[in-house]
Design a protein around this ligand. Structure first.
Ligand SMILES: Cc1ncc(COP(=O)(O)O)c(C=O)c1O
Length: 389
């Protein structure tokens, strides 16, 4: 089988919402993946910040294999030890002893849950950021601040205002006593790895408290040690009311979560929300394995050192104007709008990265990627950037 044949088969079998991928991956180990033609790639995208421990990590394989061979699914009519242990662990990570958790399968669903939770304040208005990405379901899309994704599907949920990200004056104008929630990514991922001013989240926190609005932190892309902390907002010192997670949480298995803190943890009552697969024993087994490895291997310390290493190497390369982000979620700002071209050239060289926009290359590799592999990425990136593009 050739990549081109798979691409043709995809076009016939799948709806055209993604466009057909031109390569087909069939195998992976750690940060290496292989396509259907046997070509090896170093994976610096990690399934879009999702394969947090790389491919086929032995701890995840073991936990999932054991669980699927014991009890695969129970529904929320019944309890299962994994779901309770995982909820306890996530709640403990927030440092709030009243925190409680709802499980879903994806980031969009976690944000939908947050949206519904905020309706239980008796209010419905929401403030979100221009450029933000919160998912593609109708509620999550309504909060997503990207017109090209929203406009074909209007009308969306009403009462949602989008303000420039990082602009506290605009936030102050938008938020009122009628605001149910404010939703923000601590670093905007899909928008091109945008980092807000350092005191922005703390100022938004203060405004939310004054106006009685929930502060929802969408840590779907920035959570699970990706930035060197459990949740991407921790650099700001705030305590949010709600945290949403997905991507890295399941280590490659579909798992999303909404953690509600403080009084927000009391807002849902029985019957308010649900999901057949939510908190499934297999996906929660994977997440428990992920957390154990991150703790045992001191991955958060490694991730911070990796950030320093990459930033120092890449910032010196001609054609790069800035490297921004935190931990292993980094955006490389190019002088010219050639990010797609560079992404293709990197792929030719056996490295998978992503063009977050015309002039930003995003990397979000497995957090356990080796220094040798990161060095290889930097060397090849430098080579590709020296091409006459
Ligand atoms: C910050 C953020 N929120 C929500 C989502 C949506 O997650 P999902 O694709 O799992 O629905 C994404 C996906 O990229 C994301 O980056």
């Amino acid at each position: 089988m050739k990549n081109a044949q798979v691409s043709t088969a995809w076009k016939k079998a799948l709806l055209d919402n993604y466009g057909a991928p031109s390569i087909s991956l069939v195998k992976g180990k750690g940060s290496e993946v292989f396509d259907v033609e046997g070509k090896k790639y170093l994976d610096l995208l990690g399934g879009i910040a999702t394969n947090i421990l790389g491919h086929a990590h032995p701890a995840i394989v073991k936990a999932v294999t054991r669980q699927v061979g014991t009890l695969g699914h129970v529904s929320n009519f019944y309890a299962h030890p994994n779901v309770i242990e995982l909820a306890q662990k996530l709640a403990a990570m927030t440092g709030d002893k009243n925190a409680r958790v709802f499980f879903a399968q994806s980031g969009a669903e976690a944000n939908e849950a947050a949206m519904k939770l905020s309706r239980r304040t008796g209010k419905y208005r929401i403030v979100a950021a221009q450029g933000a990405f919160h998912g593609r379901t109708m509620g999550a899309l309504s909060m997503t601040g990207q017109p090209s994704k929203r406009e074909p599907f209007l009308p969306l949920v009403k009462g949602i205002k989008h303000v420039p990200y990082g602009d506290i004056k605009a936030m102050r104008r938008a938020i009122s006593n009628k605001t149910a929630m404010v939703i923000l990514e601590p670093i905007m991922g899909e928008a091109g790895v945008i980092v807000p001013p350092v005191d922005y989240l703390a100022q938004v926190r203060e405004l939310c408290t004054q106006k009685g609005a929930l502060l929802v932190i969408d840590a779907v892309q920035t959570g699970m040690a990706r930035t060197g902390d459990w949740f991407g907002y921790e650099y700001s010192g705030i305590t949010p009311d709600v945290i949403t997670l997905a991507k890295g949480l399941g280590g490659g298995l579909p798992l999303g979560a909404m953690i509600a803190l403080g009084d927000a943890a009391q807002l849902f009552v029985a019957g308010d929300h649900g999901s057949t697969f939510g908190g499934n024993p297999i996906t929660t087994a994977a997440a428990l394995a992920v957390i154990k490895v991150i703790e045992k291997d001191k991955i958060m310390i490694k991730v911070r050192k990796d950030q320093e290493f990459i930033m120092q190497r890449i910032a010196l390369i001609e054609g790069v104007s800035e490297v921004r982000g935190a931990g292993l979620l980094l955006g490389i700002q190019l002088d010219k709008p050639i990010a797609s071209k560079i992404t293709l050239q990197m792929r030719e060289e056996g490295i998978l990265v992503n063009a977050a926009n015309d002039s930003t290359i995003r990397i979000a590799p497995a957090l356990n990627i080796s220094r040798l592999q990161l060095n290889k990425f930097c060397t090849i990136f430098e080579k590709v950037m020296s091409h006459d593009n």
